[in-house]
Unconditional design. Structure first.
Length: 228
């Protein structure tokens, strides 16, 4: 499955053609969305996804913090500064879409500042289970210079944010364990299964359409109160 990730070029081509055809319906309604890149990825890699969301009536924004080189002590503060800037423009909370590690950031940010976040959508993000249940943790530790399970900031990835939280995952994911990206029922409000590889979450037409749906569909929060 890891080797199949190299076939993502076909998904990029399909995604570009899908964008060229244009959306059938503009469902975004002007919703402001910030897309958080995955590990070792910068905003430019997410351009096709931003263009597709903009074409569908959303207002998609970059995170503007360069290449995501791993968790840092100030990553939440840097995201907060960007969110405050976007809220000043939008007048309301921002939807967060995070790819892979970017989804972990999105979940953590929403736990700290739920009033600033309308919902969280993760794409192949390893928030559940063992943090080494993936094919990239060794590379992560080499580049980020800290153990994958001991980042320089307090994080509890499996704890669900108090906002609508949707997890996109794929059994064809060659980098992240599908179980880690899907999570358990108490760790997210909804899960959506796709059939793309990990690198296809940001370009495959089926992934783009799933992101649009996840952003606009009514997703009730799971009742976390104890049973009577």
């Amino acid at each position: 499955m890891l080797l199949r990730e190299v076939g993502v070029l076909a998904d990029w081509i399909r995604g570009a053609l899908h964008l060229k055809r244009g959306p059938r319906h503009k469902v975004g309604g002007g919703m402001h969305v910030m897309i958080v890149p995955g590990f070792m990825v910068a905003d430019n890699r997410l351009r096709l996804l931003r263009m597709a969301l903009n074409a569908a009536g959303f207002r998609a924004h970059r995170w503007k913090h360069g290449r995501n080189m791993g968790a840092t002590a100030d990553v939440i503060e840097r995201i907060d500064a960007r969110i405050d800037h976007l809220i000043a423009k939008s007048g309301g909370p921002i939807a967060l879409v995070g790819w892979s590690l970017g989804g972990i950031y999105a979940r953590e940010y929403a736990k700290r500042f739920p009033a600033k976040v309308s919902r969280v959508v993760t794409m192949g993000s390893p928030f559940s289970g063992n943090p080494r249940a993936n094919n990239v943790w060794r590379i992560y530790e080499l580049i980020a210079r800290h153990p994958v399970d001991a980042p320089p900031i307090e994080m509890h990835p499996a704890a669900k944010p108090p906002v609508p939280t949707i997890a996109l995952w794929s059994p064809r994911d060659g980098l992240i364990s599908p179980e880690s990206a899907r999570g358990t029922p108490d760790e997210r409000d909804r899960e959506i299964e796709l059939s793309c590889p990990h690198m296809g979450f940001i370009c495959a037409p089926e992934a783009i359409e799933a992101i649009k749906r996840a952003l606009v569909e009514n997703v009730p929060l799971r009742d976390e109160s104890p049973s009577p």
